[in-house]
Design a protein around this ligand. Structure first.
Ligand SMILES: Cc1cc2nc3c(=O)[nH]c(=O)nc-3n(C[C@H](O)[C@H](O)[C@H](O)COP(=O)(O)OP(=O)(O)OC[C@H]3O[C@@H](n4cnc5c(N)ncnc54)[C@H](O)[C@@H]3O)c2cc1C
Length: 294
């Protein structure tokens, strides 16, 4: 439970971060909230020679709507998302996901950037970000690039960042009118990682779906987009029958493993149930029954 020895740096600008990552290529790790990295180090599953703390780097804590998107700085902590009126009222799916990440102690430290960059299929935000069609911004010594969240999440604990790049911002498209989102999680006990969870987003024209997003948590090597279920919903009225068929297709998209959280077939069945619940909640929010927002 004691990490191997490591050096520590707390740079005050992104160029300093890039320099450190370049000088110690492959030996350095970025430190955000430390809620995934430090436990890994304590178990000696990770032993970086240098930790580069992002806490003193400016401008990574932005949280505002700008140019058609919600912009969330990578260092915005879960506790801030949890208490933000903007998130609660306009992006309820993100609020739902935040509220079920671990416990308040973890949420006081954990950051959205760390949650996504860690690329753990059990983390809650990746699936919600898939449903919302988020983009992530990576800064590095050769400039800035923007990636779809689908391309950012490569595999278990693997993201698309180069060794000298930093995830700096997450951009979520601003909700069109008659949009709603929701995140529904099944866990063994409060604060646990998901047995399975589903993020859903719907945009409606009347009762007809014009855009659908569905992301699945902890039922595959990475968060999964239920693409066939999304395609099925678009262009159709969001009836109970359509929701059930989309939920069936989402279950087919899951690729769960049997483990301590249950057999694979149980998890697939739970994906169907949770998808139906998330879609119903997103629909209610889109139609104003519970306050609207994306
Ligand atoms: C008891 C416990 C329960 C938990 N339960 C849940 C849960 O139910 N759901 C859930 O989603 N999570 C859960 N977590 C994980 C928690 O949300 C983590 O904090 C989160 O996954 C990582 O965020 P962090 O800011 O702590 O990142 P860190 O631990 O600091 O970093 C994680 C990884 O991301 C990299 N990284 C961090 N920031 C950046 C960046 N800006 N650019 C590039 N790379 C970066 C780091 O180098 C490291 O490899 C739990 C954690 C604990 C300790």
């Amino acid at each position: 439970m004691i990490p191997d020895t490591f050096e520590y740096a707390a740079p005050t600008s992104l160029p300093e971060v890039f320099d450190l990552l370049h000088q110690r290529e492959g030996e350095a790790k970025l430190l955000a909230g430390g809620q995934s990295l430090i436990p890994l180090m304590k178990f000696r599953l990770a032993a970086p020679a240098l930790l580069v703390d992002l806490r003193k780097v400016p401008h990574l804590d932005v949280l505002q709507e700008r140019d058609g998107s919600l912009v969330i700085g990578a260092m915005v902590r879960e506790s801030r998302l949890d208490t933000s009126t903007l998130i609660r009222t306009r992006y309820p799916g993100i609020h739902d996901a935040t509220a079920v990440v671990a416990d308040p102690l973890v949420r006081n430290f954990a950051t959205l950037g760390g949650n996504l960059a860690h690329a753990d299929p059990a983390n809650d935000h990746p699936a919600m970000m898939l449903a919302l069609r988020a983009q992530v911004v990576a800064d590095g010594p050769s400039g800035r690039r923007t990636l779809a969240i689908d391309d950012f999440l490569v595999d278990t604990l693997e993201n698309a960042l180069a060794l000298d790049e930093v995830l700096t911002e997450i951009h979520v498209p601003r909700p069109a009118t008659r949009s709603g989102s929701a995140y529904v999680k099944l866990e063994r006990k409060v604060g646990d990682y998901a047995i399975a969870a589903v993020g859903a987003q719907l945009t409606l024209d009347g009762d007809t779906c014009t855009q659908a997003g569905i992301g699945l948590t902890n039922v595959g090597p990475k968060a999964i987009r239920a693409a066939a279920a999304e395609t099925f919903l678009v262009g159709k009225p969001v009836t109970e029958e359509a929701i059930r068929e989309a939920a069936r297709l989402a279950g087919d998209a899951a690729d769960p493993a049997t483990d301590l959280r249950g057999p694979a077939e149980y998890k697939r069945a739970m994906v169907r149930t949770l998808t139906a619940r998330a879609l119903r909640q997103a629909f209610q929010r889109a139609t104003g029954a519970t306050g609207g927002g994306a």
